[in-house]
Design a binder for this molecule. Structure first.
Ligand SMILES: C[S@@+](CC[C@H](N)C(=O)[O-])C[C@H]1O[C@@H](n2cnc3c(N)ncnc32)[C@H](O)[C@@H]1O
Length: 335
């Protein structure tokens, strides 16, 4: 059952009654429940989900609007980001506006409910499918403690001095897997490069600062908040920033090298297939003499797809947690 199906059931059961006016859905997922609302703005900064919402014909924006008559917050995995979304949602509402928070136990919905109960009156809670839907009516100003939660999604410097915000991959520090990959690239990088799933930009930042023969470095990243941070983290005219779904990226045979620390989750589940799609995409966009530099968690099975897509490949380093791989010359059928 999807997160929004719980919402559908809660609406059908008559638990939820929204005032007239526009409904904003933060971290919206493409689910038929959104078709219930006449005036809806879905907010989604992750490009594949943004595209799916657009395909459904839903108005969608990557930016959080400043007002709404009702707001639905769909929880994700980051506590800081979840609380920030609830804070922004509450601040957006007029007195009498309705706030709905929906999420799984694994998203921390139960601790959020406990926290909210201490701060504001809750109208109701509906439990279903390992999760909960909570709703409340705004009355009075947003309490200071809740207002302060919003800062978690404002970019700030992490312990390594790079701009990041809660919710993005390895927000607190440089990812050790990416560090390992950069340390293994001893041959000079040159020409046109791409960074698939660039996050807040560390791999490209390092490559650009260590390899002067790089002409351009395209950072392709699906999470808008992360690519916006990458823009702040990299001050180099050779960098090109693209908010895009890698699996839809077209750049056939254009690149001399690709750097990649691929995502290993699709929505909630660990899913090596997404990483395999990134490897296939790398083979497609590299020129016939191009090289892919990849790092992955050791247990993820990428070897067969590397055999299928590259003339040769080798492990550069293997640790107890990670493997780094260099793959050369994509096979012709992939280009
Ligand atoms: C393992 S992280 C690596 C981030 C960064 N390269 C680093 O080393 O810190 C993978 C990144 O891929 C992004 N991502 C996930 N799915 C994507 C997709 N379909 N297209 C583009 N980027 C995606 C995630 O948002 C995340 O930032």
């Amino acid at each position: 059952m999807s997160q929004n199906s719980r919402l559908s059931i809660a609406f059908d059961a008559g638990h939820l009654d929204l005032p007239d006016g526009n409904v904003v859905v933060l971290r919206a997922h493409s689910d038929p429940v959104l078709n219930r609302f006449d005036t809806i703005m879905a907010v989604q900064s992750f490009k594949p989900e943004y595209d799916r919402l657009e395909q459904m014909g839903i108005s969608v924006s990557a930016e959080i609007p400043s007002d709404a008559d009702s707001v639905i917050v769909e929880l994700g995995r980051s506590k800081g980001e979840n609380l920030a979304m609830i804070s922004r949602a509450h601040q957006m509402l007029p007195d009498g506006g309705v706030l709905i928070v929906d999420g799984y136990k694994t998203d921390g919905i139960e601790s959020i409910l406990k926290l909210l109960r201490k701060i504001v009156p809750i109208n109701g809670v509906f439990s279903k499918s390992h999760g909960k839907t909570i709703w409340l009516t705004k009355s009075g100003q947003t309490p200071d403690v809740m207002r302060n939660w919003a800062s978690a999604i404002e970019p700030r410097k992490n312990r390594d001095g790079f701009f990041t915000a809660d919710g993005m991959f390895s927000a607190d520090h440089i990812d050790p897997a990416s560090q390992l990959l950069i340390a293994q690239i001893t041959k000079p990088l040159a020409g046109m490069g791409a960074d698939l799933g660039a996050g807040w930009g560390w791999l490209s930042h390092q490559a650009l600062s260590e390899h002067e023969k790089i002409k351009t470095m395209e950072l392709i990243e699906a999470e808008k908040t992360a690519i916006d941070c990458a823009k702040r983290n990299i001050d180099d005219p050779r960098a090109i920033f693209e908010w895009q779904d890698v699996t839809k990226f077209s750049g056939k045979s254009r690149f001399d090298f690709v750097l990649c620390n691929p995502p290993f989750h699709q929505s909630r589940k660990a899913d090596p297939e997404l990483g395999r799609q990134f490897i296939r995409k790398a083979a497609e966009i590299l020129n016939p003499k191009g090289t892919l530099y990849l790092v992955a968690n050791k247990q993820l099975a990428y070897e067969t797809v590397l055999d299928e897509t590259f003339q040769s490949w080798e492990y550069m380093a293997q640790t107890s947690q990670y493997k780094t791989i260099r793959a050369d010359r994509p096979k012709a059928s992939r280009r």
